[in-house]
Design a protein around this ligand. Structure first.
Ligand SMILES: [Zn+2]
Length: 352
């Protein structure tokens, strides 16, 4: 097995352990702060809510896509979102969706590659999506446009009359944070406002920690080694390791092309012993997805990704440095299961 696959499987094993270990912490947090939280995030691995907010792993449900660009007309994205919104509603709760964009205060090229480092257009997209989803789901959903400054991991929540900035609230009391939320979001449901306080407080603590001990320069730059296609990639949450592409994107080939170019560029400057990986994954044990369906989808996605990469980055594909792996994810434990080559041969024949 290629070293990078062993590395990734080890990463998943540790992440799965951490996810399972955080189960009680998540349950306690949800008992005190029941508002379901989700985030639309960029693919490039800089936006990690557990780190940003000091909340239990798995608390904020991620919807990832290249550049964080999902559109309201994407059928699969809206299907998943609707499912999430409806289960919140059935539990008697409104829900919060963060529409995130990210940038670096020190260097524009540490910003979002998916938006060609154009923070203005990334933010405009987040606003557009917030408006569209707000219209679709009405008062059931609170869409919040959210900027993330990645040097200090500052979280900035854009309200209707101002903003709540984790960086400006270092050392603030819970009452001061709640007042800041009330100022920026005067018409927000009080339950939601109260449930956002721990996230902002956690972010202020994160900013304080990073101000004292800044991230090393290598951690701040793009050095992704993995293209991940499909869903269920929370375990790849090691910053900047993976370019994650959600298969909800109806223009999947375009997303793979963009990611291929970024990976090919990264590999040009990578040390000789460094390899790259292409990974596909579909979670199962979720509503509407059983294991065989997940296996079939994951194998199909891997083939599609290979085909698209062949068009844009043939040199990378032929370099012998890119290792492909298909898998499925056992959702309740976030455990990645590699699909063995022999299963592909026996069960799944794609050849004509
Ligand atoms: Zn990005």
């Amino acid at each position: 097995m290629p070293a990078i696959h062993r590395y990734l499987l080890g990463l998943n094993e540790r992440a799965s352990e951490a996810f399972v270990a955080a189960e009680s912490a998540r349950a306690r947090h949800r008992a005190r702060h029941p508002t379901p939280l989700a985030a639309v995030k960029c693919m490039d691995g800089r936006v990690l809510f557990p780190q940003l907010t000091g909340t239990p792993v798995g608390l904020v449900q991620p919807f990832r896509a290249i550049g964080g660009r999902p559109e309201v007309f994407w059928p699969s994205f809206m299907g998943r979102l609707r499912h999430w919104v409806e289960s919140a509603r059935a539990g008697g709760h409104r829900c919060v969706l963060f529409l995130t964009y990210h940038y670096s205060a020190s260097d524009p090229h540490l910003g979002c590659a998916g938006f060609d480092y154009d923070t203005g257009s990334a933010r405009a997209h987040a606003y557009e999506l917030a408006r569209d989803l707000g219209w679709v789901f009405g008062e059931q959903l609170e869409p919040i446009v959210c900027g993330i400054e990645t040097d200090l991991d500052r979280l900035i929540l854009h309200g209707t009359s101002g903003e709540v900035d984790g960086g400006a609230l270092v050392g603030a009391t819970e009452a001061e944070i709640e007042a800041s939320l009330l100022g920026a979001f005067p018409s927000m449901d009080p339950q939601i406002r109260g449930d956002l306080v721990p996230l902002v407080a956690g972010n202020a603590a994160r900013v304080r920690a990073l101000s004292a001990h800044p991230k090393p320069a290598t951690e701040r730059s793009h050095h992704e080694r993995v293209i991940a296609v499909g869903q269920g990639f929370d375990w790849l949450h090691e910053a900047n390791l993976a370019l994650i592409i959600n298969d909800a994107d109806p223009d999947l080939a375009h997303a793979i092309r963009v990611a291929s170019r970024i990976l090919a560029k990264n590999m040009e400057s990578a040390p000789a012993g460094d390899d790259a990986a292409l990974v596909s994954c579909i979670p199962y044990h979720e509503p509407g997805i059983d294991r065989r369906q997940a296996v079939a989808r994951s194998l199909g996605l891997l083939e599609l990704a290979r085909r698209v990469m062949r068009e844009v980055s043939p040199a990378l594909l032929d370099s012998g440095r890119l290792h492909a792996m298909a898998g499925v994810l056992f959702s309740p434990a976030r455990r990645f299961e590699r699909i063995e080559e022999d299963l592909r041969a026996r069960r799944m024949t794609f050849a004509p």
